[in-house]
Design a protein around this ligand. Sequence first.
Ligand code: HEM
Length: 152
Amino acid sequence: MNSSETAPRIASARPELTAALMAQTGLDEEMLSDLVHRFYDKVRGDAVLGPIFEARIADWQPHLERMVAFWSSVALMTGRYHGAPVPAHMHLPVRWAHFDRWLALFRETAREICTPEGADHVIERAERIARSLHMAIEDAAGDQRTSAPTLR
Ligand code: HEM
């Protein structure tokens, strides 16, 4: 088999790894783009999550493009995303219940759009990242509490 047969049809910093992940999960850039667009349509229409996003995102096009690059990096290891998710969430008015709702919409959308293996793959990663974002938010809130004026 020559390298053009194993190379993925999308740009990747690690073409062989990306090709293997695409074969294993059935995911590709187009499916991830559909997932992101459909998911944020639902988020924007959600009574709890919608207003949190709408208050912070004026122009959705760059956000959606960033999110496709993020999922391309997370699910297919393409290295397309170069942002910093933790600071973007640090001061959001969210508790675990918000992440729970986010995950419920994400699972539902992944099952609608992706292959079963692809849905399992992205859901597992979303659950792990949601837990670590939530932990970072809770830690930051805890630090603020402990940095209250010291007792004399
Ligand atoms: C309670 C749930 C969540 C809420 C309310 C939320 C909200 C937001 C908002 C408002 C932004 C835009 C920030 C800005 O541009 O100023 C953002 C960015 C982002 N979110 Fe979330 N998010 C949530 C959960 C998640 C989860 C679970 C993931 C990953 C699995 C995620 C991944 C990202 C990424 C990658 C960005 C772009 C960061 C950047 O590069 O600037 N978010 N989110």
